[in-house]
Design a protein around this ligand. Sequence first.
Ligand code: COI
Length: 357
Amino acid sequence: MNNTTLKIDITKINASKIPDTDFTNLVFGKTISDHMFVADYADGEWSNARIEPYAPLSLNPANATLHYGQSVFEGMKAYKNEAGEILVFRADANQKRLNESAKRLCIPEVPEELFMEGLRQLLELDKDWIPNRPGYSLYVRPFIFATDDYLGIRPSEKYKFMIFTCPVGAYYSKPVSVKVECQYTRAAEGGTGAAKAAGNYAASLLPALQAQKEGYDQLLWTDGKSHQHIEESGTMNVMFLINNALITAPTTTGTILKGITRDSVLTLAKEMGVKVEERFLRVTELEDSLRNGTLQEAFGTGTAATIAHISKIHINGRDYVLPEIKEDSFSSKILNTLDAIKYGKIADTHDWIIKIK
Ligand code: COI
Protein backbone atom coordinates (compact mmCIF):
# COMPACT_ATOMS: atom_id res chain seq x y z
CA MET A 1 0.00 0.00 0.00
CA ASN A 2 1.60 3.30 -1.04
CA ASN A 3 1.32 6.79 0.32
CA THR A 4 -1.25 8.96 -1.46
CA THR A 5 -2.16 12.61 -1.60
CA LEU A 6 -5.22 12.33 0.67
CA LYS A 7 -4.77 14.73 3.59
CA ILE A 8 -5.44 13.20 6.98
CA ASP A 9 -5.06 15.45 10.03
CA ILE A 10 -3.57 13.57 12.95
CA THR A 11 -4.04 14.39 16.63
CA LYS A 12 -2.04 12.01 18.78
CA ILE A 13 -3.00 10.74 22.21
CA ASN A 14 -0.99 12.33 25.07
CA ALA A 15 -0.07 9.01 26.66
CA SER A 16 -0.57 5.57 25.11
CA LYS A 17 -2.76 3.06 26.97
CA ILE A 18 -0.32 0.27 26.07
CA PRO A 19 1.51 0.24 29.45
CA ASP A 20 -1.87 -0.31 31.19
CA THR A 21 -2.96 -3.09 28.82
CA ASP A 22 -2.70 -6.77 29.70
CA PHE A 23 -1.96 -8.36 26.31
CA THR A 24 -2.00 -11.82 27.89
CA ASN A 25 -5.62 -11.51 28.92
CA LEU A 26 -7.53 -10.06 25.96
CA VAL A 27 -11.30 -10.44 25.82
CA PHE A 28 -12.40 -10.12 22.18
CA GLY A 29 -13.54 -6.58 21.41
CA LYS A 30 -12.99 -5.11 24.88
CA THR A 31 -9.54 -3.57 24.52
CA ILE A 32 -9.45 -0.66 22.09
CA SER A 33 -6.24 0.86 20.73
CA ASP A 34 -5.19 4.50 21.14
CA HIS A 35 -6.56 6.15 17.99
CA MET A 36 -9.51 6.16 15.62
CA PHE A 37 -9.96 7.31 12.03
CA VAL A 38 -12.96 9.51 11.23
CA ALA A 39 -14.38 11.10 8.05
CA ASP A 40 -17.65 12.97 7.59
CA TYR A 41 -20.14 12.85 4.74
CA ALA A 42 -22.25 15.91 3.99
CA ASP A 43 -23.45 17.73 0.85
CA GLY A 44 -22.71 14.65 -1.27
CA GLU A 45 -19.05 14.19 -0.38
CA TRP A 46 -16.65 12.74 2.18
CA SER A 47 -14.34 15.24 3.86
CA ASN A 48 -12.53 16.12 7.08
CA ALA A 49 -10.51 12.88 7.22
CA ARG A 50 -8.68 12.75 10.53
CA ILE A 51 -7.14 10.52 13.15
CA GLU A 52 -7.89 11.35 16.76
CA PRO A 53 -7.43 9.75 20.17
CA TYR A 54 -10.09 7.05 20.63
CA ALA A 55 -12.90 8.74 22.57
CA PRO A 56 -16.68 8.72 23.01
CA LEU A 57 -18.79 10.45 20.35
CA SER A 58 -21.37 13.06 21.11
CA LEU A 59 -24.72 12.16 19.52
CA ASN A 60 -28.03 13.95 19.43
CA PRO A 61 -30.89 11.75 20.78
CA ALA A 62 -32.59 12.23 17.38
CA ASN A 63 -29.61 10.61 15.59
CA ALA A 64 -31.10 8.59 12.70
CA THR A 65 -28.97 5.48 13.33
CA LEU A 66 -30.34 5.14 16.86
CA HIS A 67 -33.88 5.00 15.52
CA TYR A 68 -33.75 3.53 12.02
CA GLY A 69 -30.51 1.54 12.01
CA GLN A 70 -28.66 2.88 8.97
CA SER A 71 -25.32 1.34 9.89
CA VAL A 72 -22.95 -1.11 8.19
CA PHE A 73 -19.59 -2.43 9.31
CA GLU A 74 -16.63 -4.64 8.47
CA GLY A 75 -14.11 -6.77 10.29
CA MET A 76 -10.57 -7.51 9.19
CA LYS A 77 -7.26 -8.29 10.86
CA ALA A 78 -3.71 -6.93 10.86
CA TYR A 79 -0.69 -9.05 11.78
CA LYS A 80 3.03 -8.57 12.30
CA ASN A 81 5.57 -10.73 10.48
CA GLU A 82 8.91 -11.74 11.95
CA ALA A 83 10.55 -8.59 10.56
CA GLY A 84 7.96 -6.50 12.43
CA GLU A 85 6.19 -5.39 9.24
CA ILE A 86 2.42 -4.79 9.30
CA LEU A 87 0.40 -7.21 7.16
CA VAL A 88 -3.35 -6.86 6.56
CA PHE A 89 -5.37 -9.77 5.23
CA ARG A 90 -7.57 -8.98 2.19
CA ALA A 91 -8.45 -5.40 3.19
CA ASP A 92 -9.36 -4.69 -0.46
CA ALA A 93 -12.12 -7.31 -0.25
CA ASN A 94 -13.43 -5.75 2.97
CA GLN A 95 -13.48 -2.33 1.35
CA LYS A 96 -15.57 -3.65 -1.54
CA ARG A 97 -17.93 -5.54 0.74
CA LEU A 98 -18.43 -2.48 2.97
CA ASN A 99 -19.61 -0.57 -0.08
CA GLU A 100 -21.90 -3.42 -1.18
CA SER A 101 -23.48 -3.36 2.29
CA ALA A 102 -23.68 0.45 2.15
CA LYS A 103 -25.52 0.39 -1.20
CA ARG A 104 -28.19 -1.94 0.20
CA LEU A 105 -28.85 0.46 3.09
CA CYS A 106 -28.79 3.67 1.00
CA ILE A 107 -25.53 4.71 2.65
CA PRO A 108 -22.99 6.54 0.47
CA GLU A 109 -20.01 4.43 -0.56
CA VAL A 110 -16.58 5.15 0.86
CA PRO A 111 -13.95 5.83 -1.84
CA GLU A 112 -11.21 3.19 -1.97
CA GLU A 113 -8.51 5.79 -1.27
CA LEU A 114 -10.26 7.09 1.86
CA PHE A 115 -10.68 3.57 3.23
CA MET A 116 -7.17 2.36 2.41
CA GLU A 117 -5.31 5.51 3.37
CA GLY A 118 -7.29 5.89 6.61
CA LEU A 119 -6.48 2.26 7.41
CA ARG A 120 -2.81 2.63 6.48
CA GLN A 121 -2.20 5.72 8.59
CA LEU A 122 -4.17 4.39 11.56
CA LEU A 123 -2.23 1.10 11.54
CA GLU A 124 1.07 2.88 11.17
CA LEU A 125 0.26 5.08 14.16
CA ASP A 126 -1.01 2.21 16.35
CA LYS A 127 1.37 -0.51 15.13
CA ASP A 128 2.59 -1.20 18.66
CA TRP A 129 -0.92 -2.48 19.41
CA ILE A 130 -0.50 -5.39 16.97
CA PRO A 131 0.19 -8.44 19.12
CA ASN A 132 3.09 -10.60 17.99
CA ARG A 133 1.97 -13.84 19.60
CA PRO A 134 0.72 -16.78 17.48
CA GLY A 135 -3.07 -16.74 17.22
CA TYR A 136 -3.26 -13.02 18.09
CA SER A 137 -3.82 -10.05 15.81
CA LEU A 138 -5.22 -6.54 15.64
CA TYR A 139 -8.92 -6.68 14.75
CA VAL A 140 -9.91 -3.71 12.59
CA ARG A 141 -13.48 -2.41 12.68
CA PRO A 142 -14.46 0.01 9.87
CA PHE A 143 -18.08 1.21 9.94
CA ILE A 144 -20.40 3.84 8.50
CA PHE A 145 -23.47 5.23 10.20
CA ALA A 146 -26.09 7.92 9.66
CA THR A 147 -25.67 11.20 11.55
CA ASP A 148 -28.76 13.20 10.56
CA ASP A 149 -30.76 14.35 13.56
CA TYR A 150 -34.19 13.71 12.14
CA LEU A 151 -37.17 11.52 12.93
CA GLY A 152 -38.44 10.37 9.57
CA ILE A 153 -38.03 7.41 7.29
CA ARG A 154 -35.66 8.47 4.56
CA PRO A 155 -31.92 8.00 4.00
CA SER A 156 -29.82 10.28 6.16
CA GLU A 157 -27.99 13.10 4.38
CA LYS A 158 -25.00 12.99 6.73
CA TYR A 159 -22.79 10.06 7.81
CA LYS A 160 -19.58 9.20 9.60
CA PHE A 161 -17.04 6.63 8.40
CA MET A 162 -14.82 5.44 11.21
CA ILE A 163 -12.14 2.82 11.87
CA PHE A 164 -10.88 1.68 15.24
CA THR A 165 -8.86 -1.37 16.23
CA CYS A 166 -8.64 -3.93 19.04
CA PRO A 167 -5.86 -6.39 19.88
CA VAL A 168 -7.51 -9.81 20.00
CA GLY A 169 -7.00 -13.53 20.37
CA ALA A 170 -9.42 -16.16 19.10
CA TYR A 171 -13.13 -15.27 19.16
CA TYR A 172 -13.85 -18.86 20.21
CA SER A 173 -11.22 -20.39 22.46
CA LYS A 174 -12.63 -23.91 22.11
CA PRO A 175 -14.77 -25.85 19.62
CA VAL A 176 -18.36 -24.59 19.46
CA SER A 177 -21.70 -26.32 19.92
CA VAL A 178 -24.50 -25.18 17.61
CA LYS A 179 -28.26 -25.56 17.41
CA VAL A 180 -30.06 -25.78 14.07
CA GLU A 181 -32.65 -22.97 14.23
CA CYS A 182 -35.91 -23.86 12.49
CA GLN A 183 -38.27 -21.28 13.95
CA TYR A 184 -36.68 -17.83 13.76
CA THR A 185 -35.29 -16.39 10.51
CA ARG A 186 -32.01 -14.51 10.06
CA ALA A 187 -32.50 -13.46 6.45
CA ALA A 188 -35.16 -13.69 3.77
CA GLU A 189 -34.67 -13.44 0.02
CA GLY A 190 -34.88 -9.78 -0.95
CA GLY A 191 -33.83 -8.73 2.56
CA THR A 192 -30.52 -7.53 3.96
CA GLY A 193 -28.93 -10.90 4.83
CA ALA A 194 -25.94 -10.43 2.51
CA ALA A 195 -25.15 -7.01 3.97
CA LYS A 196 -23.03 -6.59 7.08
CA ALA A 197 -25.76 -4.43 8.56
CA ALA A 198 -25.94 -3.76 12.29
CA GLY A 199 -29.67 -4.58 12.34
CA ASN A 200 -29.07 -8.16 11.12
CA TYR A 201 -27.09 -8.83 14.27
CA ALA A 202 -29.67 -7.16 16.54
CA ALA A 203 -32.41 -9.40 15.11
CA SER A 204 -30.31 -12.51 15.73
CA LEU A 205 -29.78 -11.87 19.44
CA LEU A 206 -33.00 -13.28 20.90
CA PRO A 207 -32.82 -16.69 19.16
CA ALA A 208 -29.08 -16.90 19.90
CA LEU A 209 -29.67 -16.12 23.59
CA GLN A 210 -32.36 -18.76 23.72
CA ALA A 211 -29.93 -21.31 22.28
CA GLN A 212 -27.28 -20.25 24.81
CA LYS A 213 -29.77 -20.83 27.64
CA GLU A 214 -30.25 -24.33 26.25
CA GLY A 215 -26.46 -24.84 26.37
CA TYR A 216 -25.35 -24.09 22.79
CA ASP A 217 -22.78 -21.49 21.80
CA GLN A 218 -24.36 -20.47 18.52
CA LEU A 219 -27.10 -21.12 15.98
CA LEU A 220 -27.02 -22.72 12.57
CA TRP A 221 -29.54 -20.60 10.71
CA THR A 222 -31.82 -22.21 8.14
CA ASP A 223 -33.48 -20.50 5.17
CA GLY A 224 -36.43 -18.25 6.00
CA LYS A 225 -38.88 -19.92 3.58
CA SER A 226 -38.76 -23.63 4.39
CA HIS A 227 -36.29 -23.87 7.31
CA GLN A 228 -34.99 -26.99 5.59
CA HIS A 229 -31.61 -25.75 4.40
CA ILE A 230 -28.56 -24.70 6.40
CA GLU A 231 -27.49 -21.11 5.67
CA GLU A 232 -24.85 -19.75 8.09
CA SER A 233 -24.08 -19.28 11.76
CA GLY A 234 -24.60 -16.10 13.78
CA THR A 235 -20.94 -15.10 13.76
CA MET A 236 -19.55 -16.94 10.73
CA ASN A 237 -20.24 -18.90 7.53
CA VAL A 238 -20.35 -22.68 7.99
CA MET A 239 -18.83 -25.59 6.09
CA PHE A 240 -19.29 -29.34 6.29
CA LEU A 241 -16.91 -32.04 5.10
CA ILE A 242 -19.13 -34.96 4.14
CA ASN A 243 -17.83 -37.96 2.20
CA ASN A 244 -14.69 -35.93 1.42
CA ALA A 245 -16.71 -33.11 -0.21
CA LEU A 246 -16.63 -29.63 1.30
CA ILE A 247 -20.19 -28.28 1.32
CA THR A 248 -21.20 -24.68 2.07
CA ALA A 249 -24.24 -22.56 1.22
CA PRO A 250 -23.99 -20.51 -2.00
CA THR A 251 -24.06 -16.70 -1.78
CA THR A 252 -26.46 -16.32 -4.72
CA THR A 253 -29.73 -15.93 -2.77
CA GLY A 254 -28.80 -12.66 -1.03
CA THR A 255 -29.34 -14.32 2.36
CA ILE A 256 -25.73 -15.29 3.12
CA LEU A 257 -22.81 -13.05 4.00
CA LYS A 258 -20.11 -13.21 1.32
CA GLY A 259 -17.45 -14.21 3.80
CA ILE A 260 -13.88 -13.32 2.92
CA THR A 261 -12.55 -16.17 5.06
CA ARG A 262 -15.19 -18.37 3.37
CA ASP A 263 -13.81 -17.42 -0.05
CA SER A 264 -10.21 -17.95 1.11
CA VAL A 265 -11.01 -21.42 2.49
CA LEU A 266 -12.80 -22.49 -0.72
CA THR A 267 -9.82 -21.28 -2.78
CA LEU A 268 -7.32 -23.20 -0.64
CA ALA A 269 -9.55 -26.31 -0.55
CA LYS A 270 -9.74 -26.42 -4.36
CA GLU A 271 -5.95 -26.07 -4.54
CA MET A 272 -5.61 -28.97 -2.09
CA GLY A 273 -7.71 -31.09 -4.46
CA VAL A 274 -10.76 -31.17 -2.18
CA LYS A 275 -14.11 -31.36 -3.94
CA VAL A 276 -16.03 -28.14 -3.19
CA GLU A 277 -19.83 -27.99 -3.41
CA GLU A 278 -21.44 -24.56 -3.03
CA ARG A 279 -25.00 -25.72 -2.50
CA PHE A 280 -27.63 -25.79 0.20
CA LEU A 281 -27.27 -28.68 2.61
CA ARG A 282 -30.67 -29.96 3.71
CA VAL A 283 -31.14 -30.33 7.47
CA THR A 284 -32.21 -33.95 6.84
CA GLU A 285 -29.03 -34.56 4.85
CA LEU A 286 -26.95 -33.10 7.68
CA GLU A 287 -28.77 -35.31 10.18
CA ASP A 288 -28.30 -38.41 8.00
CA SER A 289 -24.58 -37.66 7.70
CA LEU A 290 -24.31 -37.34 11.49
CA ARG A 291 -26.19 -40.59 11.99
CA ASN A 292 -24.32 -42.68 9.42
CA GLY A 293 -20.89 -41.22 10.19
CA THR A 294 -20.24 -39.65 6.76
CA LEU A 295 -19.88 -36.18 8.32
CA GLN A 296 -16.15 -35.87 8.92
CA GLU A 297 -15.86 -32.24 10.01
CA ALA A 298 -17.97 -29.12 10.49
CA PHE A 299 -16.55 -25.66 11.09
CA GLY A 300 -17.31 -21.97 10.93
CA THR A 301 -15.28 -19.46 8.91
CA GLY A 302 -15.04 -15.75 9.68
CA THR A 303 -12.61 -12.95 10.35
CA ALA A 304 -13.23 -12.97 14.08
CA ALA A 305 -13.81 -16.72 14.36
CA THR A 306 -11.07 -17.65 11.82
CA ILE A 307 -11.74 -21.41 11.60
CA ALA A 308 -14.00 -22.45 14.47
CA HIS A 309 -14.37 -26.20 14.87
CA ILE A 310 -17.90 -27.41 15.63
CA SER A 311 -18.03 -30.09 18.30
CA LYS A 312 -21.78 -30.64 18.67
CA ILE A 313 -24.88 -30.06 16.52
CA HIS A 314 -28.42 -30.01 17.88
CA ILE A 315 -31.17 -30.91 15.40
CA ASN A 316 -34.85 -31.19 16.34
CA GLY A 317 -34.39 -32.27 19.94
CA ARG A 318 -31.30 -34.42 19.41
CA ASP A 319 -27.60 -33.71 20.08
CA TYR A 320 -24.98 -35.14 17.75
CA VAL A 321 -21.36 -35.15 18.88
CA LEU A 322 -18.84 -34.73 16.07
CA PRO A 323 -15.57 -36.61 15.65
CA GLU A 324 -12.66 -34.94 17.44
CA ILE A 325 -10.52 -32.65 15.29
CA LYS A 326 -6.92 -33.77 14.82
CA GLU A 327 -3.77 -31.94 13.66
CA ASP A 328 -4.08 -33.57 10.22
CA SER A 329 -7.82 -32.88 9.86
CA PHE A 330 -8.77 -30.81 6.82
CA SER A 331 -9.90 -27.79 8.87
CA SER A 332 -6.72 -27.85 10.99
CA LYS A 333 -4.62 -27.86 7.82
CA ILE A 334 -6.64 -24.97 6.39
CA LEU A 335 -6.31 -23.00 9.64
CA ASN A 336 -2.54 -23.57 9.71
CA THR A 337 -2.15 -22.57 6.04
CA LEU A 338 -4.26 -19.44 6.48
CA ASP A 339 -2.28 -18.47 9.59
CA ALA A 340 1.02 -19.04 7.79
CA ILE A 341 -0.13 -16.69 5.00
CA LYS A 342 -1.46 -14.07 7.43
CA TYR A 343 1.72 -13.99 9.55
CA GLY A 344 3.90 -13.91 6.42
CA LYS A 345 5.47 -17.31 7.07
CA ILE A 346 4.74 -18.72 3.58
CA ALA A 347 4.48 -17.16 0.13
CA ASP A 348 1.31 -15.15 -0.48
CA THR A 349 0.54 -16.63 -3.90
CA HIS A 350 -3.00 -15.14 -4.00
CA ASP A 351 -2.04 -11.51 -3.30
CA TRP A 352 -4.15 -11.57 -0.15
CA ILE A 353 -1.68 -9.70 2.02
CA ILE A 354 -1.42 -5.93 1.97
CA LYS A 355 1.84 -4.73 3.48
CA ILE A 356 1.57 -1.37 5.20
CA LYS A 357 4.52 0.87 4.43
C1 COI B 1 -16.23 -10.67 12.00
O1 COI B 1 -15.94 -11.86 11.88
O2 COI B 1 -15.42 -9.78 11.70
C2 COI B 1 -17.53 -10.24 12.51
O3 COI B 1 -17.93 -9.15 12.30
C3 COI B 1 -18.32 -11.18 13.34
C4 COI B 1 -18.49 -10.77 14.74
C5 COI B 1 -18.84 -12.00 15.51
C6 COI B 1 -17.33 -10.13 15.41
